[in-house]
Write a protein that binds this ligand. Structure first.
Ligand code: IPE
Ligand code: IPE
Ligand code: MG
Length: 258
Protein backbone atom coordinates (compact mmCIF):
# COMPACT_ATOMS: atom_id res chain seq x y z
CA UNK A 1 0.00 0.00 0.00
CA UNK A 2 1.37 3.43 -0.86
CA UNK A 3 1.57 6.15 1.75
CA UNK A 4 -0.95 8.17 -0.25
CA UNK A 5 -3.50 5.40 0.00
CA UNK A 6 -2.83 4.96 3.69
CA UNK A 7 -3.52 8.62 4.32
CA UNK A 8 -7.01 8.43 2.86
CA UNK A 9 -7.99 5.10 4.39
CA UNK A 10 -10.36 6.73 6.85
CA UNK A 11 -11.78 8.95 4.11
CA UNK A 12 -15.34 7.84 3.49
CA UNK A 13 -15.00 8.86 -0.17
CA UNK A 14 -12.56 6.00 -0.65
CA UNK A 15 -15.24 3.56 0.41
CA UNK A 16 -17.26 4.50 -2.68
CA UNK A 17 -14.27 4.07 -4.90
CA UNK A 18 -13.67 0.74 -6.62
CA UNK A 19 -10.35 0.43 -4.79
CA UNK A 20 -11.83 0.67 -1.35
CA UNK A 21 -10.42 -0.75 1.84
CA UNK A 22 -11.96 -3.97 3.06
CA UNK A 23 -14.33 -3.32 5.98
CA UNK A 24 -13.75 -6.79 7.36
CA UNK A 25 -10.51 -8.76 7.26
CA UNK A 26 -10.44 -12.30 8.69
CA UNK A 27 -7.21 -14.16 9.42
CA UNK A 28 -6.47 -17.85 9.88
CA UNK A 29 -3.41 -17.55 12.11
CA UNK A 30 -1.56 -20.73 11.20
CA UNK A 31 2.02 -21.98 11.56
CA UNK A 32 2.89 -21.50 15.24
CA UNK A 33 4.01 -25.11 15.64
CA UNK A 34 6.20 -25.03 12.53
CA UNK A 35 7.74 -21.73 13.62
CA UNK A 36 8.84 -23.35 16.91
CA UNK A 37 9.95 -26.62 15.28
CA UNK A 38 12.17 -24.70 12.85
CA UNK A 39 14.04 -23.34 15.89
CA UNK A 40 14.21 -26.67 17.68
CA UNK A 41 11.73 -25.36 20.26
CA UNK A 42 8.60 -26.83 21.76
CA UNK A 43 5.32 -25.84 20.00
CA UNK A 44 4.51 -23.85 23.15
CA UNK A 45 7.00 -21.15 22.16
CA UNK A 46 5.32 -20.80 18.78
CA UNK A 47 1.95 -20.16 20.40
CA UNK A 48 3.46 -17.60 22.79
CA UNK A 49 5.16 -15.78 19.95
CA UNK A 50 1.90 -15.99 18.03
CA UNK A 51 0.17 -13.88 20.68
CA UNK A 52 2.74 -11.12 20.06
CA UNK A 53 1.97 -11.18 16.34
CA UNK A 54 -1.72 -11.01 17.23
CA UNK A 55 -1.20 -7.87 19.34
CA UNK A 56 0.77 -6.13 16.60
CA UNK A 57 -1.82 -7.09 14.00
CA UNK A 58 -4.76 -5.77 16.05
CA UNK A 59 -3.14 -2.40 16.54
CA UNK A 60 -2.09 -2.13 12.90
CA UNK A 61 -5.53 -3.10 11.60
CA UNK A 62 -6.95 -0.39 13.84
CA UNK A 63 -4.49 2.13 12.43
CA UNK A 64 -5.48 1.20 8.88
CA UNK A 65 -9.12 1.90 9.66
CA UNK A 66 -10.34 -1.66 9.22
CA UNK A 67 -13.75 -1.93 10.91
CA UNK A 68 -13.83 -5.67 11.67
CA UNK A 69 -10.87 -7.95 12.27
CA UNK A 70 -11.69 -11.62 12.85
CA UNK A 71 -8.96 -13.89 14.19
CA UNK A 72 -9.25 -17.68 14.13
CA UNK A 73 -7.70 -18.61 17.48
CA UNK A 74 -8.97 -22.09 18.31
CA UNK A 75 -11.06 -24.35 16.12
CA UNK A 76 -13.70 -26.86 17.15
CA UNK A 77 -11.29 -29.48 15.77
CA UNK A 78 -8.28 -28.28 17.78
CA UNK A 79 -9.53 -30.30 20.80
CA UNK A 80 -8.00 -33.31 19.06
CA UNK A 81 -4.50 -32.02 19.83
CA UNK A 82 -2.57 -33.40 22.83
CA UNK A 83 -4.13 -32.33 26.12
CA UNK A 84 -1.06 -30.37 27.15
CA UNK A 85 -1.24 -28.23 24.02
CA UNK A 86 -5.00 -27.65 24.42
CA UNK A 87 -4.39 -26.64 28.02
CA UNK A 88 -1.70 -24.20 26.93
CA UNK A 89 -3.92 -22.62 24.29
CA UNK A 90 -6.69 -22.16 26.88
CA UNK A 91 -4.13 -20.63 29.23
CA UNK A 92 -2.95 -18.21 26.56
CA UNK A 93 -6.51 -17.02 25.96
CA UNK A 94 -6.97 -16.43 29.70
CA UNK A 95 -3.69 -14.54 29.85
CA UNK A 96 -4.50 -12.48 26.77
CA UNK A 97 -7.84 -11.32 28.15
CA UNK A 98 -6.46 -10.61 31.61
CA UNK A 99 -3.44 -8.70 30.29
CA UNK A 100 -4.83 -6.99 27.21
CA UNK A 101 -8.49 -6.27 27.89
CA UNK A 102 -7.88 -2.95 29.65
CA UNK A 103 -5.63 -1.74 26.82
CA UNK A 104 -8.10 -2.83 24.17
CA UNK A 105 -10.87 -1.00 26.02
CA UNK A 106 -8.71 2.12 26.25
CA UNK A 107 -8.11 1.90 22.50
CA UNK A 108 -11.92 1.92 21.97
CA UNK A 109 -11.81 -1.66 20.59
CA UNK A 110 -15.03 -3.67 20.79
CA UNK A 111 -14.36 -7.34 21.48
CA UNK A 112 -16.74 -10.01 20.21
CA UNK A 113 -16.44 -13.75 20.44
CA UNK A 114 -17.79 -16.27 17.94
CA UNK A 115 -17.87 -20.03 18.46
CA UNK A 116 -19.51 -22.53 20.81
CA UNK A 117 -19.20 -21.12 24.29
CA UNK A 118 -21.02 -23.88 26.15
CA UNK A 119 -18.18 -26.39 25.81
CA UNK A 120 -15.64 -24.07 27.43
CA UNK A 121 -14.53 -24.03 31.06
CA UNK A 122 -16.65 -21.78 33.29
CA UNK A 123 -13.88 -19.29 34.03
CA UNK A 124 -13.11 -18.87 30.33
CA UNK A 125 -16.79 -18.29 29.58
CA UNK A 126 -16.86 -15.60 32.25
CA UNK A 127 -13.74 -13.93 30.84
CA UNK A 128 -15.23 -13.90 27.35
CA UNK A 129 -18.51 -12.47 28.67
CA UNK A 130 -16.56 -9.84 30.61
CA UNK A 131 -14.58 -8.82 27.51
CA UNK A 132 -17.76 -8.39 25.49
CA UNK A 133 -19.62 -6.58 28.27
CA UNK A 134 -16.83 -4.13 29.07
CA UNK A 135 -16.27 -3.13 25.44
CA UNK A 136 -19.89 -3.28 24.20
CA UNK A 137 -20.18 0.51 23.84
CA UNK A 138 -16.86 0.99 22.07
CA UNK A 139 -16.93 2.44 18.58
CA UNK A 140 -13.46 1.65 17.23
CA UNK A 141 -12.17 -1.57 15.70
CA UNK A 142 -14.39 -4.63 16.16
CA UNK A 143 -12.09 -7.44 17.20
CA UNK A 144 -13.88 -10.72 16.55
CA UNK A 145 -12.19 -13.66 18.23
CA UNK A 146 -13.16 -17.05 16.79
CA UNK A 147 -12.62 -19.36 19.73
CA UNK A 148 -13.85 -22.96 19.82
CA UNK A 149 -15.23 -21.96 16.44
CA UNK A 150 -16.21 -24.30 13.64
CA UNK A 151 -18.40 -23.14 10.78
CA UNK A 152 -20.34 -26.39 10.55
CA UNK A 153 -21.07 -26.24 14.26
CA UNK A 154 -22.19 -22.60 13.87
CA UNK A 155 -24.51 -23.57 11.01
CA UNK A 156 -25.83 -26.56 13.01
CA UNK A 157 -26.73 -24.28 15.91
CA UNK A 158 -28.38 -21.78 13.55
CA UNK A 159 -30.43 -24.49 11.82
CA UNK A 160 -31.52 -25.88 15.18
CA UNK A 161 -32.75 -22.43 16.17
CA UNK A 162 -34.61 -22.11 12.88
CA UNK A 163 -36.28 -25.48 13.45
CA UNK A 164 -37.27 -24.43 16.98
CA UNK A 165 -38.83 -21.24 15.61
CA UNK A 166 -40.77 -23.24 13.02
CA UNK A 167 -41.88 -25.79 15.65
CA UNK A 168 -43.07 -22.98 17.91
CA UNK A 169 -45.00 -21.38 15.05
CA UNK A 170 -42.87 -18.21 15.05
CA UNK A 171 -41.60 -18.81 11.52
CA UNK A 172 -42.97 -20.44 8.39
CA UNK A 173 -40.73 -22.87 6.51
CA UNK A 174 -41.48 -20.88 3.34
CA UNK A 175 -39.98 -17.76 4.95
CA UNK A 176 -36.55 -19.33 5.49
CA UNK A 177 -34.10 -17.39 3.36
CA UNK A 178 -30.46 -16.28 3.53
CA UNK A 179 -31.33 -13.46 5.91
CA UNK A 180 -33.16 -15.85 8.26
CA UNK A 181 -30.12 -18.11 8.32
CA UNK A 182 -27.55 -15.30 8.53
CA UNK A 183 -29.33 -13.64 11.45
CA UNK A 184 -29.04 -16.86 13.48
CA UNK A 185 -25.30 -17.28 12.94
CA UNK A 186 -22.76 -16.09 15.53
CA UNK A 187 -21.85 -13.34 13.06
CA UNK A 188 -25.45 -12.04 12.86
CA UNK A 189 -24.62 -8.33 12.86
CA UNK A 190 -21.13 -8.58 11.38
CA UNK A 191 -20.63 -7.98 7.63
CA UNK A 192 -19.10 -10.81 5.59
CA UNK A 193 -15.30 -10.58 5.30
CA UNK A 194 -14.14 -9.13 2.00
CA UNK A 195 -10.69 -10.58 2.61
CA UNK A 196 -9.55 -13.80 4.28
CA UNK A 197 -5.83 -14.23 4.90
CA UNK A 198 -4.23 -17.56 5.85
CA UNK A 199 -0.62 -17.76 6.92
CA UNK A 200 1.76 -20.76 6.87
CA UNK A 201 1.26 -21.70 3.22
CA UNK A 202 -1.74 -23.98 3.79
CA UNK A 203 -4.51 -23.30 1.30
CA UNK A 204 -7.72 -24.38 2.96
CA UNK A 205 -10.47 -22.95 5.14
CA UNK A 206 -10.32 -25.60 7.90
CA UNK A 207 -13.99 -25.04 8.79
CA UNK A 208 -13.69 -21.23 9.09
CA UNK A 209 -16.61 -18.94 8.10
CA UNK A 210 -18.02 -21.29 5.44
CA UNK A 211 -21.26 -19.32 5.04
CA UNK A 212 -19.71 -15.85 5.31
CA UNK A 213 -16.87 -16.59 2.86
CA UNK A 214 -19.21 -17.01 -0.14
CA UNK A 215 -17.62 -14.05 -1.94
CA UNK A 216 -14.50 -13.40 0.09
CA UNK A 217 -11.15 -12.89 -1.60
CA UNK A 218 -8.40 -15.19 -0.33
CA UNK A 219 -4.76 -14.38 0.23
CA UNK A 220 -2.50 -17.27 1.22
CA UNK A 221 0.88 -16.23 2.58
CA UNK A 222 3.92 -18.48 3.04
CA UNK A 223 4.84 -16.63 6.25
CA UNK A 224 4.36 -18.48 9.57
CA UNK A 225 1.99 -16.67 11.94
CA UNK A 226 4.61 -15.61 14.57
CA UNK A 227 6.50 -13.84 11.75
CA UNK A 228 3.41 -12.04 10.39
CA UNK A 229 4.14 -8.31 10.29
CA UNK A 230 2.24 -5.07 9.59
CA UNK A 231 3.88 -5.11 6.14
CA UNK A 232 2.41 -8.56 5.46
CA UNK A 233 -1.03 -7.23 6.38
CA UNK A 234 -0.60 -4.26 4.04
CA UNK A 235 0.67 -6.48 1.23
CA UNK A 236 -2.36 -8.76 1.60
CA UNK A 237 -4.69 -5.75 1.48
CA UNK A 238 -2.83 -4.44 -1.57
CA UNK A 239 -3.31 -7.80 -3.24
CA UNK A 240 -7.03 -7.63 -2.37
CA UNK A 241 -7.31 -4.10 -3.77
CA UNK A 242 -6.07 -5.39 -7.12
CA UNK A 243 -8.72 -8.11 -7.33
CA UNK A 244 -11.67 -7.94 -9.67
CA UNK A 245 -14.77 -8.74 -7.61
CA UNK A 246 -17.64 -9.56 -9.96
CA UNK A 247 -20.14 -11.33 -7.66
CA UNK A 248 -21.32 -13.39 -10.61
CA UNK A 249 -21.93 -10.33 -12.77
CA UNK A 250 -19.99 -8.96 -15.70
CA UNK A 251 -18.65 -5.67 -14.42
CA UNK A 252 -14.99 -5.33 -13.80
CA UNK A 253 -13.50 -2.71 -11.50
CA UNK A 254 -16.82 -0.89 -11.37
CA UNK A 255 -17.00 -0.47 -15.15
CA UNK A 256 -19.39 -2.42 -17.36
CA UNK A 257 -17.73 -4.97 -19.63
CA UNK A 258 -18.48 -4.06 -23.24
C1 IPE B 1 -1.96 -22.08 14.66
O1 IPE B 1 -0.74 -22.72 14.61
C2 IPE B 1 -2.52 -22.00 16.05
C3 IPE B 1 -3.68 -22.88 16.28
C4 IPE B 1 -4.24 -23.67 15.41
C5 IPE B 1 -4.25 -22.85 17.61
P1 IPE B 1 -0.59 -24.29 14.60
O2 IPE B 1 -0.52 -24.76 16.00
O3 IPE B 1 -1.67 -24.93 13.79
O4 IPE B 1 0.81 -24.46 13.89
P2 IPE B 1 1.22 -25.54 12.82
O5 IPE B 1 0.19 -25.53 11.73
O6 IPE B 1 1.25 -26.86 13.53
O7 IPE B 1 2.58 -25.11 12.36
C1 IPE C 1 -6.84 -23.70 11.68
O1 IPE C 1 -5.55 -24.18 11.77
C2 IPE C 1 -7.34 -23.25 13.03
C3 IPE C 1 -6.69 -22.07 13.59
C4 IPE C 1 -5.81 -21.32 13.01
C5 IPE C 1 -7.14 -21.71 14.91
P1 IPE C 1 -5.23 -25.73 11.96
O2 IPE C 1 -3.76 -25.85 12.03
O3 IPE C 1 -6.02 -26.29 13.07
O4 IPE C 1 -5.81 -26.35 10.59
P2 IPE C 1 -5.45 -27.70 9.83
O5 IPE C 1 -5.53 -28.80 10.84
O6 IPE C 1 -4.06 -27.55 9.30
O7 IPE C 1 -6.45 -27.79 8.73
MG1 MG D 1 -1.83 -25.45 11.84
Amino acid sequence: MTTGQKAVVRDEALRDDDRRMPRHVAIIMDGNGRWAAARGLDRTFGHKKGVEALRTTVSHADKLGIEFLTLFSFSSENWSRPQTEVRQLMGLLRLFIRRDLADLHKANVRVRIIGARDDLAGDIRSLLDEAEELTRGNTGLNLVVAFNYGARNEIERAVRRLAEDVEAGRLKAADIDSAAIGSRLDTADIPDPELIIRTSGEQRLSNFLLWQAAYSEFVFLPVLWPDFSPEDLERAIDDYLGRDRRFGGLTTKGRAVP
